[in-house]
Design a protein around this ligand. Sequence first.
Ligand code: PMT
Length: 392
Amino acid sequence: MLGITGGIAAYKAAELARLLVKGGAEVQVVMTAAARQFIAPLTLQAITGRPVRDTLFDPQHEAAMGHIELARWAEAIVVAPATADFMAQAAHGMAPDLLATLCLATEAPLLLAPAMNQAMWRNAATRTNTETLRARGVSLVGPAAGEQACGDIGPGRMIEPAEVLQALSDMLSGDSLAGRRVLLTAGPTREAIDPVRFLGNRSSGKMGFALARALVGQGADVTLVSGPVALETPDRVRRVDVETALQMRSAVFDALPGADIFIACAAVADFRPGQAAASKIKKTQEVMTLTLVRNPDILTEVAASSPRPFCVGFAAETDDVEAYADAKRRSKGIDMIAANRVGESLAFEADDNALLVLWEGGRRELAMQSKSSLATALVALITERFDAQTAT
Ligand code: PMT
């Protein structure tokens, strides 16, 4: 959640929103009434794709996602710019408007990027409020010193959006996988029929890329072998692009030595045309027959290798999800399987997903949520099981 309060630096919030969206975050903007004097809600709506929230008692929004629900939805709240007045409210537990109420009601970590006149920043009241907030675990980033919009020179300028983003990412990251190497596959494969046609599937790569981001956020060294997708490489992730299942298998085995964990999130084609035509196939016949041959099962091969990493597979199932997924876990000889129900706009291409995770003697349901927060939850569970296994 991006909170914007009323200061001239509010214009910088648009760039911050853009960077957050670019980094894969779902962003809900909440503005104070004063912030609307500085930047139009429509600008933020266009960037984030979500209507801005600004009213505590809005029956329409409250019916869709009430303010308490919104406070629970946020994985982190960043208020940029945070005015002296907003900091005073937060320090004193006041809730006069939607943003202040959300900050009071949330259990998510809170990051403030203060922006105000230098005298207001130096004022004893603001100093005390800053200390109170820090003592309660609120993170503050900035302000920077320099020339101010009012003509003064001194501390109080909001720091640049890229630095706020870095502070947010530092605040959210952990080190539960520090020193661990994780190899991950994502996206679809394409199996050529002829030079212009292929057999593919609907995987967008969103789930796998969200996992890569969550893994890096926990300090892992991540190699992501990806089929063709239209997604940006997450920061600090080593990406290897492939097209076919055979290329994916060879990239996986190249990167496998030294991997502690292997996660197979890619939707790999089980079959490929036996022989791709050298020239474009002409439509001279009414019926065309394609002969397909089995592709190797990358996950099964990795699980059978020695030494072998902790292996996590995915299962995309339309029916009898748990039974089929558990059978896959056993037949592939893997440590854990994350099953998702697919079809009817579920899982493939969607922004949200739900998983049923199974391992020997255990199961956990991860409810429908954004792929980003689902990835965070799945990485926590993988780490828990991996640690339990390496401890024995
Ligand atoms: O990419 P998105 O649009 O975000 O969608 C995410 C997803 C639905 C693709 C993802 O959540 C998912 O379910 N991925 C696995 C899809 C799949 O191919 O499932 P499967 O049940 O057919 O395969 C089982 C497991 O074996 C998978 O871990 C798969 O990566 C692996 N496999 C399958 C075939 C093969 N030849 N080699 C493999 O390694």
